[in-house]
Design a protein. Sequence first.
Length: 221
Amino acid sequence: MNEKSLHHSWNGEHANKFAKSMENMKKSRYIPFAKKIHQFVNKFVMNNSPVILDVGCGPGLLLLEIANLIPNSQLIGIDFSKDMLQIASEKVKQKELDSIIFKQGPAEDIPLPNAHNDVVVCLNSLHDFNSAKETISEVYRTTKEDGIFILKDKNGAFPKWKVILGFIPLICKSGFKKTLKYFKSNELWLNPEKVKECMEDLGFRIVYLKKKLDYLIVGKK
Ligand SMILES: C[S@@+](CC[C@H](N)C(=O)[O-])C[C@H]1O[C@@H](n2cnc3c(N)ncnc32)[C@H](O)[C@@H]1O
């Protein structure tokens, strides 16, 4: 897999804008993925109070949905961006949830000990990290035996013309300029087959893979 350098900052104004725009995407982005996570946890994880880590948690919206669906889980969000974590902490405080904690750190060097998590989740972030391979290796290290890694991201191998067609509703909703900016990030999207290969090389057994404009992959340690 190609390793790319950090393509833009996630601090300051960018963090605020991102968090604000994601507020409207609870129904389309966070709740459906949290439901999938719930299903996979029920199927593959024995621990009734699972430790769940969200790598690249951003404004923490996925963690809030997981807390709703799996109330007995212990949740951790890590992110490189201090500002993103500040926003996430505020949201958690407002909901008076003490099951969610945050740690600042890079996905390529997760600030947690070996075999710490029952579940690691990652939503639309892997392609943004500096190194997908180092991240997956760190996810493996911090996952317990029999734990799982649930990864959802944009599919870099999806035919370009289909990506463009898929963006038509987005143009209507968000405008051409914003859609074009989003489309440009397409250059960073990873090929799910390469991600799968990398996960297998690092020791995960793939138990689920579905590819469309997004891909969803689950690896078991
Ligand atoms: C596209 S956002 C997705 C955030 C969140 N998963 C969501 O869906 O709302 C990508 C996130 O990855 C974080 N990030 C980028 N590079 C990182 C790195 N090397 N280590 C940890 N976090 C990183 C950014 O700060 C940002 O919050």
